[in-house]
Design a protein around this ligand. Structure first.
Ligand SMILES: NC(=O)c1ccc[n+]([C@@H]2O[C@H](COP(=O)([O-])OP(=O)(O)OC[C@H]3O[C@@H](n4cnc5c(N)ncnc54)[C@H](OP(=O)(O)O)[C@@H]3O)[C@@H](O)[C@H]2O)c1
Length: 328
């Protein structure tokens, strides 16, 4: 059995990866959590737990050396923050410490970056984002992911794969869920007067990519991850409404109004020490019209074959939300 560690194991993607690793049955699975982590999705008694000390590299190195993991899937991170400095601290600094401690070991690192590290794809003309493009992240989150990627590329003496998933949805997910909930409440909100080009990856397909990346002979490469299809925002709404078998009232907001609200909520969030779903970073993501990416290399190198397109994934996710009574 290969000894493997998933950091961010209590999260949406981390817990899905843990499930898949256990299902395959060839891995001795360690879940990297913290004292406060919720273990509701980590109930299988084969899971071993480890609380990594990301701030003290002496302790962290000892924890990693003692275990000599074959693979580390580094997923721990934040996508939203009360203070923008937290992105740098958690997404970059913790990754830097992990990488420093893994230098010159045999452990292969799979780092969960994000499409956000690249920033939106070209709109003039519309082109899918490629790894060879110049990166222009337009959020604090994306900048912290890019900084981590660059640190790994420039300083890590070891084997790694960096994954840049696009929007990840699936069972246990809480952000797209808000959109599903809104449609279920008969309101279809769209933002901007021109169509938004979107890409998606279902969580179960993404965790398969993580395992393919770890097991592959390929190393020291970056891959975008999506299901390979391009969708318009209206397709996403249509598919979801069909699955929910519901009707909606459509409301379209011009981007300048969304921007005004986002900036106000950002200000209010800073004053109250609170995080609103809509903020400046989120506005920059919503305002960009092209989130298309090229996954040719992912398919060629890692032999990735997606099992889910948007319709199949949304069906499964919504069935789960209903079963868990998140949706009526
Ligand atoms: N969801 C997406 O659409 C998407 C897209 C691209 C990339 N990603 C990346 O995928 C990774 C996982 O995302 P997710 O959607 O699964 O997020 P999530 O559900 O919020 O899970 C985040 C995980 O990171 C852990 N974490 C957060 N702050 C931490 C800290 N200070 N110290 C140690 N652990 C900490 C959390 O632990 P606690 O449970 O203890 O808080 C949790 O296990 C992230 O790196 C994210 O950037 C996500």
């Amino acid at each position: 059995m290969k000894k493997v560690l998933v950091t961010g194991a209590s999260g949406f993607i981390g817990s899905t990866l843990i499930d898949r690793l256990l299902e395959i049955g060839e891995y001795d699975v360690y879940a990297g959590i913290r004292k406060t982590s919720n273990k509701r999705y980590l109930q299988d008694n084969r899971i071993k737990f480890i609380e990594l000390n990301y701030t003290d590299t002496n302790v962290l190195k000892q924890q990693l050396d003692e275990n000599n993991f074959a693979f580390i899937f580094h997923l721990a991170g934040i996508t939203k923050a009360k203070h923008k400095e937290d992105f740098d601290k958690i997404n970059f600094l913790y990754t830097k410490h992990l990488v420093d401690c893994l230098n010159n070991t045999d452990t292969k690192l799979v780092y969960m970056s994000s499409f956000a590290a690249h920033g939106p794809a070209s709109e003039k003309p519309f082109m899918p984002a490629k790894v060879t493009d110049k990166n222009t992240p337009n959020t604090y989150y994306g900048k912290s992911k890019l900084k981590s990627e660059q640190y790994i590329q420039d300083n890590f003496n070891g084997k790694y794969i960096i994954l840049r998933p696009t929007g990840v949805y699936g069972t246990r997910e809480t952000d797209y869920f808000v959109y599903f909930q809104t449609l279920n409440n008969h309101i279809d909100v769209s933002l901007g007067m021109t169509p938004q080009r979107l890409t998606f990856i279902y969580s179960k397909d993404l965790v398969d990519v993580c395992i393919l990346a770890a097991e592959s002979e390929k190393t020291n490469k970056i891959y975008f991850v999506s299901d390979g299809n391009l969708y318009l925002d209206k397709d996403f709404a249509k598919i979801t409404k069909n699955v929910l078998n519901t009707w909606t009232i459509s409301i379209r907001f011009p981007l300048f109004i969304v921007k005004g609200i986002a900036y106000f909520l950002d200000f209010l969030g800073n004053v109250l020490g609170k995080q609103f779903t809509l903020n400046k970073d989120k506005y920059n993501i919503l305002a960009a019209r092209n989130w298309d990416c090229d996954i040719t290399e992912l398919k060629d190198d890692l032999k990735f074959q997606q099992k889910y397109d948007l319709e199949k994934g949304v069906k499964e996710a919504i069935a789960w939300y209903k079963q868990e009574k998140w949706l009526k």
